[in-house]
Ligand binder design. Structure first.
Ligand code: PMV
Length: 324
């Protein structure tokens, strides 16, 4: 168990969860449909010790962010042990690339394993939700559903359902975001006049998106994906103070997507609580899309992801200093 690491991939919402029914328990106010992003990985090692701590990419994390999660874990596992966590991302952290989803999914699986317990994926999903709601989806691979108000996510379709699907992540900024999704969601619920309309209008998106996903119809799915993130950002822009995650690089990528779409290429973008743009497309179109994006945005980093698998354990030695 000494060099054992849990490897988990982030959960990218195609149809977004935004807003909580219950803040402490992270019960989502809207249903979400997500794909687990193979190619992006969080690796986490947990050892039991006298005190909780979390090191992310060699940096000490604010214990307050993790305390409710660890306390809940101890209650649920009926243990008084503490967790010493070392975790690394192979992609920018806290920059709107869903690192909290893979982070808490890997942490949940590794912490449970460190206490020598075995839990079902459903029970792990319920525990991970206390870290962040999107993490409850990241304990599954492939395509995953988290219904509004649900305590746990559900595996909908395996990654093999659509092996040609690609998600290109255009990293327009490597900086950590200034407002966390947790704070931004609370603000949206408290004072965006569009929040009730967002909740109402989201209800229709998931059933239509699921049906398009089952048929592997990228255009029908893409239209729902675009509506979902656009409406989510409209809610934020209408908050007081307004929340704007978009930067000039974001708009440049969105415009390039629009141009490609007009030329008949199937590119469907989405965004989360950060400036990055994630583009849904098919593998055959990837070279053309990358070329156009790079021509128009010099130096743009593009990460290619695909429907990925559920968290797994590997045995590997990591040198903390390399990542500090
Ligand atoms: O679960 P959190 O706190 O990481 O929030 C996720 C929010 C979005 O990424 C914007 C949407 C989603 O469903 O993942």
């Amino acid at each position: 168990m000494g060099n054992e690491l849990c490897v988990a991939s982030p959960s990218l919402a195609l149809i977004k969860y935004w807003g909580k029914k219950k803040t402490i328990a992270n019960l989502p106010a809207t249903s979400s449909l997500a794909v687990t992003l193979g190619g992006l990985e969080t690796e986490t090692q947990v050892r039991l010790g006298p005190k909780d701590f979390v090191l992310l990419d060699g940096r000490v994390q604010d214990p307050e962010r993790f305390r409710p999660f660890f306390d809940h874990l101890r209650r649920r596992l009926k243990t008084d042990q503490h967790f010493q966590v070392r975790t690394w991302n192979n992609f920018p952290s806290a920059a709107g690339l869903a690192s909290s989803s893979s982070g808490f999914a890997a942490l949940t699986c590794a912490a449970v394993r460190a206490t020598s317990r075995t839990l079902s994926p459903e029970a792990l999903s319920e525990l991970a939700r206390f870290g962040s709601a999107s993490a409850s989806r990241a304990v599954f691979g492939g395509f995953v559903l988290l219904p509004a108000g649900a305590r746990r996510a559900q595996a909908l379709l395996p990654a093999e359902h659509w092996p040609e699907l690609r998600i290109l992540v255009a990293v327009v900024s490597e900086n950590a975001k200034s407002v966390s999704s947790r704070t931004a969601m609370a603000l949206s619920r408290e004072n965006s006049p569009y929040y009730p309309a967002w909740i109402r209008s989201s209800r229709k998106l998931v059933p239509e998106a699921v049906s398009a996903l089952k048929r592997r119809d990228i255009e029908a799915l893409g239209k729902m994906v675009r509506l979902s993130y656009s409406r989510m950002h409209a809610v934020m822009l209408a908050s007081d103070p307004p929340l704007t995650y978009w930067i000039s690089g974001t708009l440049a990528v969105l415009q390039a997507c629009e141009r490609l779409r007009k030329q008949g290429t199937g590119v469907w973008e989405t965004m989360d609580a950060g400036p990055q743009v994630k583009i849904l497309c098919l593998d055959a179109d990837v070279p053309q899309i990358k070329r156009v994006l790079s021509e128009q945005n010099e130096g743009l980093r593009i990460i290619e992801a695909y429907p990925g698998s559920a968290p797994r354990f590997v045995s590997r030695k990591r040198n903390e200093m390399l990542y500090a």
